[in-house]
Design a protein around this ligand. Structure first.
Ligand code: PRP
Ligand code: URA
Length: 209
């Protein structure tokens, strides 16, 4: 496994993941869990963000502190990445959110892009790609391709469940991208689903299964 793969061992993540996987968990609860797990993962994924010194006046007098130095871009991959935005954005309300629309062709398992409104020049220094599932890795690698073509300099990937195959694909094509994951599962099945996984993350969030 790559050195810049970070798999959570946090008890809250493990607890919430277990309920998330449960086939009887309904969309409302599923969305809450995606949101909560994303916040916990973001805590780790943002550990190396740069700070600059800042001073403020507290009611008791001057206090020295630090504020985020870089502009952060949250990049949810539609649809399933949408559920990860809200919680992470609450933690970093100054972030910009740039949506990328991709779906996986069910026959070829290759990503197909259908939405991208990135402006001509990059407006952020750090991009955090949000997508709960890293299966074959095709969608994640294609998203990073898009962001690099845009000119993004630092890119991180944050997901909830990964297959070893997806980690390899993403890392082989973009070794500079840190991968933050809730858990690494066993394998992909013959139709490209993560096992044991949780099924279709988009359908389970939006009740469309
Ligand atoms: C899912 C998931 C990822 C992709 C992962 O999206 O959210 O984007 O599949 O698969 P990969 O690693 O093999 O590319 P999906 O294409 O099902 O679209 P949806 O989010 O709109 O349901
Ligand atoms: N997309 C999903 O939503 N689930 C998988 O297991 C694989 C791809």
């Amino acid at each position: 496994m790559p050195r810049n793969l970070f798999e959570s061992s946090h008890p809250l993540v493990r607890h919430k993941l277990t309920i998330l996987r449960d086939k009887d968990t309904k969309p409302k609860k599923f969305r809450e869990l995606i949101r909560e797990i994303s916040i916990l993962l973001a805590y780790e994924a943002t550990r190396d963000l740069m700070l600059e010194s800042a001073s403020v006046e507290s009611p008791m007098g001057p206090a020295s502190g630090a504020l985020l130095r870089e502009k952060i871009g949250l990049v949810p991959v539609l649809r399933a990445g949408l559920g990860m935005v809200e919680g992470v954005w609450e933690m970093m309300p100054g972030s910009e959110v740039w949506h990328i629309g991709l779906f996986r062709d069910e026959r070829t398992l290759k990503p197909v892009q259908y939405y991208n409104k990135l402006p001509v020049a990059p407006t952020v220094q750090v991009c955090i790609v949000l997508d709960p599932m890293l299966a074959t890795g095709g969608s994640a690698a294609a998203t990073v391709d898009i962001l690099k073509e845009w000119g993004a300099e630092r890119i991180k990937f944050m997901g909830i469940i990964a297959a070893p195959e997806g980690i390899k694909t993403l890392h082989d094509s973009h070794p500079d991208v840190d991968i933050h994951i809730g858990v690494v599962d066993e394998k992909l099945n013959d139709i490209g689903y993560i096992v044991p996984g949780l099924g279709d993350a988009g359908d389970r969030q939006f009740g469309t299964g």
